[in-house]
Design a protein around this ligand. Sequence first.
Ligand code: TMP
Ligand code: ASP
Length: 254
Amino acid sequence: MARRRRVYEGKAKVLFEGPEPGTLIQYFKDDATAFNKKKHAIITGKGVLNNRISEYLMLRLGEIGIPTHFIRRLNMREQLVREVEIIPVEVVVRNYAAGSLAERFRIEEGTLLPRSIVEYYYKSDELGDPLVTEEHITAFGWATYSELDEIMNLALRINDFLAGLFIGVGLKLIDFKVEFGRLWEDEEMRIVLADEISPDNCRLWDARTSERYDKDRFRRDLGNVEEGYQEIARRLGILPEAGPRDLKGPETLQ
Ligand code: TMP
Ligand code: ASP
């Protein structure tokens, strides 16, 4: 088979040219990084789990009318998506204090916030994704006020839906990060949810014990990272049949 053209390689995913114009293939790697690549490891099976979990969540969100870039999953590690122009802003929604917010304001992790808080970070590895405000985003032309309005609305709807979905399976959605893109159809432009939603970019705690099942297991050396991701997939009812040892998936790279 002819080698596909690699369009972009990120820390956890690779994007290849898709079969039709306007489509891309999103390949999920097993690589995990934290603290702006200072920490790196391969977590066997992570890509397969994230592909599956992200597919599931994008489909459920699509069903409630959230526009997404997702078209369909192709195999264990790849999904077909629409090509969008990524807005270089990481949108973080927080329900409970954790991570950088807990540190910044010295709030104990796990404290329920008075209301959900939306934050923006400029997507730049070089700068270490700095926290930015609407002023920076609009002044530097990363997005317009009306796009930001739409992004904020979508982010809050996504949060409400996902928080409900996860609590239904005994998981607290502490916070998460999403990215949006511009999708051009004829002359029309729409903002759609892009990238992925997986335990790499969510914090998910057991509702009863507060055990963490997300990427903090890797960031903080808590061990059993893959098992944490599997637990999330298991609760969502989407753990691949044959179990952990069946998670390697087709090797389409190299
Ligand atoms: P933070 O508390 O470290 O700012 O992270 C907030 C949320 O965003 C958490 O769910 C992890 C996610 N996140 C990413 O997806 N990518 C990143 O680069 C960072 C720093 C956080
Ligand atoms: N994804 C980021 C990195 O690779 C940070 C993180 O998720 O903690 O550095």
